[in-house]
Ligand binder design. Structure first.
Ligand code: ATP
Ligand code: MG
Length: 412
């Protein structure tokens, strides 16, 4: 503790008297004695208060920060938004459980990541996690894949082969795209869920296994049940605990976190450091992400690869769909991109990047000006650039124009 100090000489003396405490790392706490009511022995009281505050602050600093930061991930699942925190709370409640879980969510939202986290937190954590994609095979192959087959069961079955259910025995079986299973396979899966038994293809004796099932689908199972293409009894067997993984559109505030996460992954892979420009981030924030986190992951990897030796990942490295999304206001955005700006357009080899970008920009501006009926203010708004910048780019790029006068633009 230091002696009472005096402050600025222009202030009245009562306001100038202060007490200070210096913390171990050099940080100084200061209290104005004028803040202490007369009836207290100000010096002693403030001294004690400062010591207490100094101790608490020193402890907080030693613990790694004075303010606890909200967690930004759970078991490697990155997110801090309200829907992700709700998901993390559910995962926390599932810790230690063996219950069947049904995970729903759009493509690329992280359903498999969630399934693996559930497995790691289960009593089966040191047994196997086996994943099978139910939509990747036709019925015969899927049956043999899941349940195995006996030698000679069909042409090419030269020896007994265990199915994935047997491989997963004692562990967790992740059934991906379960909504795509045929009615015949649904019956067989129901039997495993009810009795833990199945028949390998060509076998007469049933096999018994102990597997925990986690199923996932991007389809709306209640609708499939209503349509009669998904068995209701199987739905209820799978639906013991249901988790929905939110789309990226529902949690845009997680985009910067995810971007950092994927940039860090690239850093680790390549041993290099690159930064994302603010404008590129703005575009990433404005995009709708139909492919969710997987699409964002691919976008970052793509930018990284295309950037070559550049350390700044700027917006020109974004794929056309993402760049375009960032240049129109979401409310008035047309449902589809102009056909020529589509990401699926075949890419010509050997075109210099600057030329390709200029050509794309020319088409984008032409389309915006046409949509705005030649009104440059509206077109500039849509492209989210200033009117003067738009006029300059129109001249530089030679964009064909409707009738234009210097002040206002008339329609065609
Ligand atoms: N919250 C997240 N944090 C970090 N990475 C994520 C997150 N969500 C998804 N990913 C990553 O995105 C990719 C897609 O995730 P995953 O395969 O789990 O999604 P999915 O919902 O199973 O997709 P699909 O429906 O296409 O099978 C993976 O590389 C995964 O690591
Ligand atoms: Mg998946």
């Amino acid at each position: 503790m230091s002696e009472p100090a005096t402050g600025d000489s222009n202030e009245p003396p009562a306001n100038r008297a202060t007490r200070e405490a210096t913390l171990a790392d050099g940080m100084v706490l200061t209290v104005a004695l004028s803040a202490v009511p007369d009836r207290f022995d100000a010096d002693a009281l403030v001294g004690r208060a400062l010591e207490g505050a100094a101790r608490e602050l020193a402890l907080a600093l030693a613990a790694g920060g004075s303010e606890p930061e909200p967690a930004t991930s759970y078991e490697g699942i990155v997110g801090r938004s309200a829907p992700m925190r709700a998901l993390f709370r559910m995962l926390e409640r599932l810790r230690g459980s063996n219950a069947t879980v049904l995970i729903t969510g759009e493509n690329g939202t992280g359903k498999e990541l969630v399934a693996r986290a559930i497995h790691r937190q289960s009593p089966r954590a040191n047994r196997r996690f086996v994943a099978a994609n139910c939509s990747a095979f036709n019925d015969n192959l899927l049956e043999s894949e899941l349940f195995g087959h006996k030698r000679g069961a069909f042409t090419g079955a030269v020896s007994d082969k265990p199915g994935l259910f047997e491989v997963a025995d004692g562990g967790t079986f992740f059934l991906d795209e379960v909504g795509d299973m045929s009615p015949g396979m649904q019956v067989k899966l129901l039997r495993v869920l009810q009795e833990g038994v199945f028949f390998p293809v060509g076998a007469t004796e049933p096999r018994k296994v102990d597997v925990r099932i986690i199923a996932a689908t991007n389809r709306d199972l209640p609708t499939l049940v209503a349509q009669g293409s998904f068995r209701e009894d199987l739905y209820y067997r799978l639906h013991v605990v249901a988790l929905r993984v939110p789309s990226l559109r529902e949690r845009r505030e997680d985009i910067p976190l995810l971007v950092d996460h994927f940039l860090a992954q690239q850093r680790e892979r390549t041993g290099r450091t690159k930064l994302l420009s603010r404008r590129a981030l703005e575009r990433l924030l404005a995009h709708d992400w139909p492919g969710n986190v997987r699409e964002l992951e691919n976008e970052i990897e793509r930018m990284w690869v295309l950037s070559g030796d550049e350390t700044l990942l700027d917006e020109e490295l974004l794929s056309p769909a993402v760049r375009d999304a960032g240049s129109r206001p979401p409310s008035t955005a047309p449902a589809a991109l102009p056909a020529e700006a589509g990401a699926s357009e075949p890419v010509a080899a050997g075109v210099p990047l600057a030329e390709a970008l200029a050509s794309y920009e020319r088409r984008l501006i032409t389309a915006a000006v046409q949509r705005a009926g030649g009104n440059l203010d509206r077109a500039a708004d849509e492209l989210r650039i200033g009117r003067r910048q738009l006029v300059r780019r129109i001249r530089e790029l030679g964009v064909p124009m409707p009738v234009v006068d210097e002040g206002r633009t008339s329609g065609q």
